[in-house]
Each structure stands twice: as structure tokens, then as C-alpha cells.
Design a binder for this molecule. Structure first.
Ligand SMILES: Cc1cc2nc3c(=O)[nH]c(=O)nc-3n(C[C@H](O)[C@H](O)[C@H](O)COP(=O)(O)O)c2cc1C
Length: 431
């Protein structure tokens, strides 16, 4: 598939307004402004675009739910990108920021918003600087702000820097943080489309989601839908990390299988090693085994295979990976990042980490395995947001597929992967 989103990102100065204008920049916005807002919603609905932030919810439907009777309305662009293994939005924002600005403006036109807030991850300081400089140029040349493209329509884009919390990527926590409060989730319903930022209707959309809009407007809904399997249309960015020869961001149709992405695009497993396990959608989703990879890397097919496409962060592990260590390492992240609002997540994450750590050190007991399941099941589905489900996943999925490895740790009183592969285990355990 000819790249759509990342076609130019490797070219020098691709981030500048001049470059963008030379490559059809802001022509989709001009076209959209010549139509009724509802027409844009209809095109996006017909295209079948699904959110690229994790849940894969249809974007057009989300926009339709936005309450058009209440003003003001907002777009909140989710640029928090903190899911481990996920680094695609970063590339778009750093190398092609005007695509995102144009997507934000088309989204605002569609739902009748006058402001788009781009909530950018705190650690993306450099990216933010690039975006701010480019946004100033867009304002100066009439592509944002007052009387955009001479249309008489005003719309602002505000770049808001987060303070470095994974939870701030959850849509209601993001809204709280934008309002100047701690990034903790709200009870849903009401959903942001009805009551979001400042209790006004808000569409929270991921960076990659919004970046698809100019191409949909220019090329049409049918073109977009036909790029992938039914209900999984459009181009998709995959972040491949771990034990592959060429880690990186790859754009492909969702017809492409997970095996093709890992072996053809990312070069396969590093020399002399074999594939052991893959987490296909960022750290929060269940593991797939090597014989489960011949499925299209689409929302629906990956789900059928027993996992989720999530943020399309494909984490590849070879046989040098101790799966108890992997679960412990991920749990270290979750226990640290829990926002603390819900007791099961706040307390349970720490317990899970402690249990996993003692098994990894060789100090676990067989009854710890049931305890891991019991604690995990008392977190998943029992919290305000999906963080709890994510946190419960590493122990449950590694136990499901690699129980023998856990039992060997307990029986032998030590980590069972060879010593030369264990160096990093010691580093993680020291935290
Ligand atoms: C703990 C947690 C972290 C999340 N982090 C992100 C994130 O960094 N970026 C993102 O786009 N969505 C993230 N999401 C998903 C958002 O809540 C929301 O579904 C998404 O921004 C909607 O945009 P989309 O419809 O374009 O996918 C996260 C969800 C949870 C539960």
C-alpha cells in the first residue's frame, strides 16, 4: 500500500508549512469548508474510520453523538501517547504536524467547535516546540485562527502540555488535566460527547485518527474503506519494538498480517534467536503466540485471535525473555502509573508487582499463582476506567500461556532463563 500518513515523514523539512503547502496541504480543509459540517460527519461515517487511540470506536459515530444543541463544543486531541510500545503519534507530530492541525480543524468544522486542544505528552518537549513554531506560521498565514482561508470561520488550536502521566491519556482524565486538575478519570456516563471539557460536548480523538481526515475528505469515503478489510479501512501505523531486526513505525493496510509486519517489514527476529511471544497492541493487551500471527492486523481479526489491536504497539519477544520477568516489568509500570482514584487498581497493582517480584527472585510459592489470578480478577472490570483491565492483563496472559515457567521459578527457587540473559532482570528488580 502506498503510504498515506507517513509518505513524506522521512523527507527533509517535512515538518514545515512550506513543505506541507507544496504537497496539497490544507486543500482538504478548504474543500470541507465548502460543505456543510454534517456532510463531513457523513463522509467520515461512510469511511468507517475507527479511532486509533486504542478502543477502535467509529469516529463518525462519536461525532454524531456530540450534542449540537450546546455551545461551545470542543475537540480534544489525545497526543498523550504513553502506552508502552507505542510511538506512532510522535512521528506524525514531529515530522508532519500540519497534517494534525488540518485534521483538528476539519474535526472542529464537522462538530461545530471553535477550539481544538492538543494535549501533548509532557515528555515530548522537543515535539511540542516544533509544533508551536509551525502552528504560529499557520496562524500568520491564515490557516488557523481568525477568518480561516478567507471563509469567515474562526477556529483556534491550543497546544497543552501534559505533566507526564500515563493515566492522562484516558479520555476523561485528559479532560480533567486540561481543566487544571489531577489526571483522574470521571464516572461514565455522561460520555465526553455529551459532557466533556468544562462540562461541554467534547470529541476526544487520537492524533493518528485526526491525521486520517484530510485524505478522507480529498479521496472519499469509499477509497478509505477499500484500503482495508470490511469495517477496518484506511491506512494504519504499527509500532514494532523488541527483538526484531528493524524496530520502527510501519504504515500498512489492515489486510497485512501480523506475521508480515514482524517478519517482512521489521526484518524478523534478530539473528540466532526464535520468536517466543508477541503483545500486538501496546502493553495492555493479551499475548499472542508464534502460531497465532497469520491473521490480518485489524481491530476485528486480532480480537478474534484472542487479543486486541489496541494502540498497534507490537512488542516482540524472543526466547531470551523470561515471561515472569516480562510480567513483573510491565507491572512495575502499572503500579507506578495508577492514578490512585480506585482502590482495586491503586492497591492491587502494588500487590501484583510484589507477588511477581518474589516469584521472579525465586522466593514464590505455588499458592502465589492462584493469588495472582484472584488479585487480577479483583481489579479487572472493577475500576472507573480501563486502566484496571490493562493492569490485570500481564499476569493473567503470561500465566495462561507460560504457567510452566512460573512453576519452574517456584520449584527451582530461581529465574530459569540462562544467566547471561538475566542481566536486565536484575536491573528491573532493583527498582
Ligand atoms: C489508561 C489509558 C491510557 C490511554 N492512553 C491513550 C493515549 O495515550 N492516547 C490515545 O489516543 N488514547 C489513549 N487512551 C484511549 C482514550 O481513552 C480514548 O479512547 C481515545 O483517545 C479516543 O480516541 P480515538 O477514538 O481517536 O481512538 C487511553 C485509555 C486508557 C484507559
Amino acid at each position: 500500500m502506498e503510504p498515506v500518513l507517513t509518505k513524506y515523514v522521512r523527507e527533509p523539512n517535512s515538518f514545515t508549512l512550506d513543505f506541507y503547502l507544496k504537497h496539497d496541504g490544507y486543500t482538504a480543509l478548504k474543500q470541507a469548508l465548502g460543505t456543510q459540517p454534517n456532510d463531513v460527519i457523513e463522509i467520515v461515517k461512510a469511511s468507517g474510520l475507527r479511532g486509533r487511540g486504542g478502543a477502535g470506536f467509529p469516529t463518525g459515530m462519536k461525532w454524531q453523538f456530540v450534542d449540537k444543541k450546546i455551545e461551545p463544543r470542543y475537540i480534544a486531541c489525545n497526543a498523550d501517547e504513553s502506552e508502552p510500545g507505542t510511538f506512532k503519534d510522535h512521528v506524525l507530530m514531529e515530522r508532519y504536524p500540519h497534517l494534525l492541525f488540518e485534521g483538528c480543524l476539519i474535526g472542529c468544522w464537522a462538530i461545530g467547535a471553535k477550539v481544538a486542544y492538543i494535549y501533548i505528552r509532557g515528555e515530548f518537549y522537543h515535539v511540542q516546540k516544533v509544533m508551536e513554531a509551525e502552528l504560529a506560521k499557520a496562524y500568520a498565514q491564515g490557516y488557523a485562527g481568525r477568518n480561516i482561508l478567507g471563509s469567515g470561520w474562526d477556529c483556534d488550536i491550543v497546544i497543552h502540555r501534559g505533566a507526564g502521566a500515563y493515566e492522562a491519556g484516558e479520555e476523561t482524565a485528559l479532560i480533567e488535566s486540561l481543566e487544571g486538575k489531577r489526571a483522574q478519570p470521571r464516572i461514565k456516563p455522561p460520555f465526553p460527547a455529551l459532557s466533556g471539557l468544562y462540562n461541554k460536548p467534547t470529541a476526544v480523538n487520537n492524533v493518528e485518527t485526526l491525521c486520517n481526515l484530510p485524505a478522507i475528505v480529498l479521496n472519499g469515503a469509499e477509497w478509505f474503506a477499500k484500503l482495508g478489510p470490511e469495517k477496518n479501512g484506511g491506512p494504519k501505523l504499527y509500532c514494532v519494538s523488541g527483538h526484531v531486526k528493524r524496530p520502527g513505525v510501519y504504515e500498512a493496510s489492515m489486510n497485512t498480517t501480523l506475521r508480515e509486519i514482524i517478519f517482512d517489514r521489521a526484518g524478523g527476529i534478530r539473528d540466532g534467536h526464535q520468536l517466543k511471544a508477541v503483545i500486538p497492541g501496546g502493553s495492555s493487551v493479551p499475548i499472542l503466540l508464534p502460531d497465532q500471527l497469520d491473521v490480518p492486523a485489524s481491530f476485528d481479526s486480532v480480537q478474534k485471535a484472542g487479543s486486541m489491536l489496541g494502540s498497534a504497539g507490537i512488542i516482540v519477544m524472543d526466547e531470551t525473555t523470561c515471561m515472569v520477568w516480562a510480567a513483573m516489568n510491565l507491572m512495575h509500570f502499572y503500579k507506578h502509573e495508577s492514578c490512585g482514584k480506585c482502590t482495586p487498581c491503586r492497591e492491587g497493582g502494588d500487590w501484583l508487582w510484589k507477588i511477581l517480584s518474589r516469584i521472579e527472585r525465586g522466593e514464590g510459592q505455588m499458592r502465589d499463582l492462584d493469588l495472582l489470578v484472584s488479585v487480577s480478577n479483583n481489579i479487572a472490570g472493577k475500576t472507573l476506567c480501563a486502566f484496571g483491565d490493562a493492569e490485570a492483563t500481564p499476569p493473567l496472559t503470561t500465566l495462561k500461556h507460560f504457567r510452566a515457567e512460573y512453576e519452574a521459578h517456584i520449584r527451582e527457587g530461581r529465574c530459569t532463563v540462562p544467566a547471561e540473559w538475566r542481566a536486565r532482570t536484575a536491573v528491573a528488580a532493583a527498582h
